[in-house]
Design a binder for this molecule. Structure first.
Ligand code: ATP
Ligand code: MG
Length: 667
């Protein structure tokens, strides 16, 4: 890097450090799907009928009679009386206009020749054939089909095939353990499984069928299994023989070449899918989503928040095994008839330029990813994106955890070139789609703050008694009115549904919807403009000498220290204070984890929050234990801080790091 270059960088840093509000770029606003700020008032006045516009984005076999049936809270029903099919909405209806346009752009790993463009017409054919295969196996309407596949085209194809025949899918993230598979199949009583032989991770073939079979051994009922051949086609194979109740997907397809299957008319409230939450905070919960409300919600938010248009090439770098992939790789984008990208690999294989290469090659219009990825990019350095033309990017998005202002600004300048707005989208598996975020063509952006609640949503930050807290004070995020994309219940467990999400702030004996409040278990604060800063899970609170400190606030202070790429803090037992703050820190390349750095971190925390939050210990580590969706597994760090036996590490993407960190902590 030349001296001149680094001076520019310093100037840029200084300019950005001072700026805490950003107007949406003019060039973006000019073409945005939503630009009228009046939408907030309009939706409020017109609630709940304001959601008819979202329903209008769908094609209905039969019109709905009622927008919202709230006669039995919290079991709300949306668009009741309506009939539709999600697969028809995501495929068939686009054929007249878009048969030859790409529905999916699949980028494989590591063999370039594997890359596939799947047009809407091809998707239609493959989904029909897959639907015929499932039917032939005996899958009927409302039978739950478990899908245990990585980012290969057959995953969305079989999801849509399930939707076509009215069989809810339950996708289990491929990186999850055999045990996680068995737990979920048992809980859902799922008698059908679609899996694959294996897949590639950083160039090496992984044996997925072995893991599948280990899981199946713990399933309490009979299961018909379909095995997709991902590896064999490249000559890699683990030489498994299929059991009698296991079928080769290609063999089954061969029997149904060219088959067509009529999309089944589903009631608006019929289950579209089941998704077990990642379980970062306890036992996984079987979140039930329905056909109309969910599809309307994901289509509407894809349009309003992600600004998706049919002619876009839209890239969400999440995994379909996570809700973000369900809502914003498959259902939302395809309902709008756009081109949705799927990337099989990781961002750093074969090089740290991989994502930027893909974006340049496909001229992607949007990039939607997680703060954890952005912080990695930042740590690797801007030279990687700088080598590529990223000017096709019109909008950037983040999801999954709070994004600290430094990472936000890095994303904004080095990826978006200050020309693409960022949507920081707060939502959950349970909410189906976006809830709190700016509308990119309407609102100013404030780094670190997700933004206002979407139009038509009543989000309030309250104290323990349910009263709204003062501006700027930390409280609990609540949603005071239902919305179409909401979960309908926890599968087979209405009681736990009420217990988990409603009991805290509702009068559970009442049948007046006004008395019911949804509680997502996140802490937040709100500013004078109604912008919400999400502080993290409410159970992620450290109690130091009676002071309740949010882990997120401390982490944000640490990440603000020059040279720090990422941080996680947890509470460890402490004789005097009750709990003390333990900090686990990843540094940017070129920085030393020495006493000076430790002192800078302690000072950063004291300045931002106060001496009470001063970390008891700062441990430097090259990585943090993370789930595949990028969530830090704090409970494992807590185990380390408290010198306890480690909990289950099987859902981690990097289980080996845990012992490594423990070793360092003992020093
Ligand atoms: P489990 O509920 O099983 O513990 P999980 O909560 O990790 O799993 P998800 O539904 O994928 O599973 O994650 C939703 C959570 O992620 C939210 O409740 C919130 O804590 C966090 N989150 C998501 N997006 C954002 C965001 N933009 N800003 C801050 N936090 C976010
Ligand atoms: Mg959760």
């Amino acid at each position: 890097m030349t001296d001149e270059g680094s001076n520019d960088d310093v100037e840029l840093e200084v300019r950005l450090a001072e700026q805490d509000e950003f107007e949406p770029p003019e060039s973006f606003v000019e073409q945005a799907n939503v630009t009228d700020a009046g939408i907030y008032e309009e939706f409020e006045e017109n609630w709940p009928d304001c959601w008819e516009g979202a329903a209008d984005l769908l094609s209905w076999d039969e019109d709905y009679e009622t927008v919202l049936d709230d006669s039995n809270p919290p079991f709300y029903e949306w668009f009741t009386g309506g009939k539709l099919n999600a697969s028809y909405n995501c495929i068939d209806r686009h054929l007249p206009e878009r048969a030859d346009e790409a529905a999916l752009e699949w980028v494989g790993e590591p063999v370039e020749e594997d890359n596939r463009t799947i047009t809407y017409e091809e998707l239609h054919r493959e989904v029909n054939e897959a639907a015929a295969v499932l039917r032939d196996l005996g899958v009927g309407e409302d039978d739950i089909v478990t899908l245990y596949m990585p980012m290969i085209p057959q995953l969305p194809i079989v999801m849509l095939a399930c939707a076509r025949i009215g069989a809810p899918h339950s996708v289990v993230f491929a990186g999850f353990s055999a045990e996680a598979l068995a737990t979920r199949m048992n809980a859902a009583d799922s008698e059908y499984l679609v899996t694959c032989d294996g897949y590639y991770r950083r160039g090496d073939p992984l044996d997925h069928l072995e893991k599948t079979n280990t899981g199946l051994a713990d399933v309490e009922h009979g299961v018909d299994t379909v095995v997709v051949d991902r590896l064999g086609s490249n000559g890699d194979d683990f030489g498994h023989d299929l059991a009698d109740d296991q079928h080769d997907y290609d063999d089954l397809l061969a029997d149904h070449e060219g088959a067509t299957v009529e999309p089944v008319e589903r009631d608006a409230e019929d289950m579209l899918f089941l998704m077990y939450t990642s379980g970062t905070t306890g036992q996984p919960k079987g979140v039930k989503h329905t056909t109309a409300g969910y599809l309307a919600w994901t289509a509407w938010t894809s349009q309003s928040v992600l600004d998706i248009k049919p002619e876009d090439t839209y890239f969400c770098a999440a995994d379909i095994g996570w809700i973000t992939g369900h809502s914003y790789i498959v259902y939302g984008p395809l309902a709008l008839g756009t081109t949705s990208m799927m990337y099989e690999g990781t961002p750093d294989y074969p090089t740290r330029e991989r994502l930027w290469e893909i974006i340049e090659a496909y001229e992607a219009d949007q990039l939607y990813t997680a703060p954890t990825a952005i912080r990695s990019f930042m740590k690797w350095g801007e030279e990687y994106p700088e080598r590529h033309d990223l000017s096709s990017l019109r909008l950037l998005g983040t999801v999954g955890e709070p994004i600290n202002p430094r990472a936000w600004k890095w994303y904004y300048t080095h990826i978006g070139n200050e020309e693409a707005p960022i949507v920081d989208t707060w939502w959950q598996t349970e909410t189906g789609g976006h809830m709190v975020t700016t509308l990119p063509g309407v609102n100013d952006m404030k780094p670190g703050s997700a933004g206002p609640a979407l139009p038509g949503l009543d989000v309030q930050i309250v104290d323990t008694s349910g009263e709204a807290v003062e501006q700027g004070r930390a409280g609990y995020l609540t949603v005071q009115k239902p919305w179409p994309g909401m979960l309908r219940t926890l599968y087979n467990n209405d009681e736990r549904f009420i217990e988990e999400y409603w009991a805290e702030y509702s009068d559970t004996d009442s049948d007046d919807p006004e008395d019911w409040v949804y509680f997502p278990e996140d802490g937040a604060k709100v500013d004078e403009d109604g912008y919400i800063t999400v502080l993290g899970r409410v159970d992620d609170v450290i109690n130091v000498s009676g002071h309740r400190l949010g882990t997120m606030e401390i982490e944000s202070a640490i990440v603000g220290v020059e040279g720090v790429a990422e941080a996680a803090v947890v509470g460890g037992e402490h004789d005097l204070k009750g709990e003390a703050v333990y900090a686990y820190v990843i540094l940017e390349e070129g920085y030393e984890g020495d006493d000076e750095m430790r002192a800078a971190i302690v000072e950063g925390v004291e300045d931002a929050i106060g001496p009470i939050a001063r970390p008891e210990a700062v441990v430097f580590t090259p990585e943090l234990p993370k789930t595949r969706s990028g969530k830090i597994m704090r409970r494992l760090l807590e185990d380390i801080a408290n010198d306890e036996e480690l909990g289950d590490t099987s859902t981690l993407q990097n289980p080996e790091i845990v012992e490594d960190i423990r070793g360092k902590s003992d020093d």
